[in-house]
Design a protein around this ligand. Structure first.
Ligand code: PLP
Length: 452
């Protein structure tokens, strides 16, 4: 089946797949890519957990694109809400009170844990993180920020400075106030995971760093509650609580970045709910509105909300609280509530987990399986005993070949996957169905022979 653009009035006008591919190659700069090597497949449409190209090849979206389309493609309620809002009012400046903006902010206050209350809406995760750090510095009167090496917080100047992964190298030297700590990566602990481990238990590692940095100069600790891009690393029990305690002891704000992990991805509304920890500032984006219109959010606790009543907020964006984005956020949250999406995420997560453990009996390349809800990482190794990774950290060129082979073999069977270093991310839409999970497991089973 070949699909063409039905709006074309003549053959010359038609945006065929070839024309789209050619224009894309000539004129579009793709993220994080050497443009000459990009061969982007023209995509014709999508629905639910699937999308398809112009030749009619269908792909099960086991990534939810960039882990943002939590309700899958073309969810009718979100599409309808965007249309309705567009009919009512496409844009009004952030200085006015507007219905979808007010409604979404109220929903955020209701859904987020503890005493989180007021929200500043942005155009995505990076801008929300940047505003949170600026606000934290203003509220505390301190300058330094502590983040972690395996973190990704976004690609704008301030957010890439917070980021620990190698993408920041190309933006350096950058923000000199940022200090980094290690991640609680129990499978590959940077200090060999002694018992008890100071790094993986959180507080002791942070406290040691603070000794040298002077806690009175530190405004905030910024953490991904669950490290997403760089390996799906879940904090061990007690980790977040102990970080929270150290922050409280020294008057340091805790900012949790749940751009990827939030909004049902881990089977709870927010990942921090699993460990009963409330940050001073919560950062969300992606699943907040399933990515239908660019949107991010910084939600602050009661104390900072009160502070903002008498102190100026030194931040602003033309598109802060864009009505189309907020309307899509309201619709996405209501659909999640009314369609029991969290229950589905948990049930499908259990099905996926059981299937992955069956695959591990067969495939020696599976070193570790970690996840909750539908936020899973599959860590591939050359040798399960030594845990030697299938590809080295930050692989380039031929070194990346074995992981690329697995991803390509999955794609050939209609399963869209993605990986970073030696970890495959398994993050399908939260509305995925049992037979789709089974389809993915079968394709993965076939693809993993390239890694064994
Ligand atoms: N924070 C985390 C944890 C992310 O995963 C991302 C994007 O992947 C960001 C921040 C940046 O979000 P955005 O690309 O919307 O700026």
């Amino acid at each position: 089946m070949t699909i063409t653009d039905s709006t074309a009035t003549s053959a010359a006008d038609a945006w065929t797949a070839d024309r789209i591919r050619a224009a894309d190659r000539a004129y579009v700069i793709h993220s994080w890519s050497t443009q000459g090597t990009v061969n982007a497949v023209p995509i014709a449409g999508g629905e639910g957990s699937w999308f398809w190209d112009y030749e009619g090849n269908r792909y099960l979206d086991f990534q939810s694109q960039l882990v943002n389309m939590n309700l899958g493609h073309q969810h009718p309620r979100i599409v309808e809400a965007i249309k309705e809002q567009a009919d009512r009012m496409c844009y009004i400046g952030p200085g006015y009170a507007e219905r979808s903006r007010a409604e979404l902010a109220e929903l955020m206050a209701q859904l987020t844990p503890g005493d989180l209350r007021m929200t500043f809406f942005t155009t995505g995760g990076a801008a929300a993180n940047e505003n949170a750090v600026r606000l934290a510095r203003h509220v505390t009167g301190r300058r330094k920020i502590i983040t972690r090496y395996r973190s990704y917080h976004g690609a704008t100047a301030g957010a890439i400075a917070l980021t620990g992964d190698p993408r920041r190298w190309y933006a350096e030297p950058n923000d000199f106030g940022v200090v980094r700590m290690f991640d609680p990566y129990t499978y590959r602990c940077p200090v060999g995971h002694p018992d008890p481990c100071p790094v993986c238990s959180g507080g002791p590692h942070l406290e040691e760093i603070l000794q040298y940095e002077n806690p009175e100069t530190v405004a905030a600790v910024v953490l991904e509650t669950v490290t997403g891009t760089n390996g799906l690393i879940y904090p061990p029990e007690g980790y977040l609580k102990s970080i929270r305690e150290v922050c409280d002891k020294y008057g340091i704000l805790l900012i949790l970045d749940e751009v990827m992990a939030g909004f049902g991805r881990t089977g709870e509304w927010f990942a921090c709910n699993h460990w009963d920890v409330t940050p001073d500032i919560l950062i969300t984006a992606k699943g907040l509105n399933s990515g239908y219109v660019p949107l991010g959010a910084m939600t602050v606790n009661e104390r900072i909300s009160e502070w903002l009543m008498t102190n100026k907020f030194w931040g602003g964006l033309t598109y802060a609280g864009h009505p189309l984005a907020c309307a899509s956020g309201v619709a996405s949250i209501k659909a999640m509530q009314e369609e029991n999406v969290l229950d589905n995420a948990r049930a499908m997560g259990r099905r996926l987990d059981a299937g992955l453990r069956r695959l591990a009996e067969k495939h020696p390349s599976i070193g570790d399986i970690r996840g909750r809800g539908l936020f899973y990482g599959l860590e591939l190794v050359k040798n399960r005993d030594t845990r030697e990774p299938l590809v080295p950290f930050n692989p380039a060129g031929p070194a990346a070949a074995p992981m690329n082979a697995v991803i390509a073999a999955a794609k050939k069977q209609g399963l869209y996957l993605s990986a970073n270093n030696n970890v495959i991310r398994l993050t399908p839409p939260l509305v995925i169905k049992p037979e789709e999970i089974d389809f993915a497991l079968e394709a993965l089973d076939n693809a993993l022979v390239h890694a064994d």
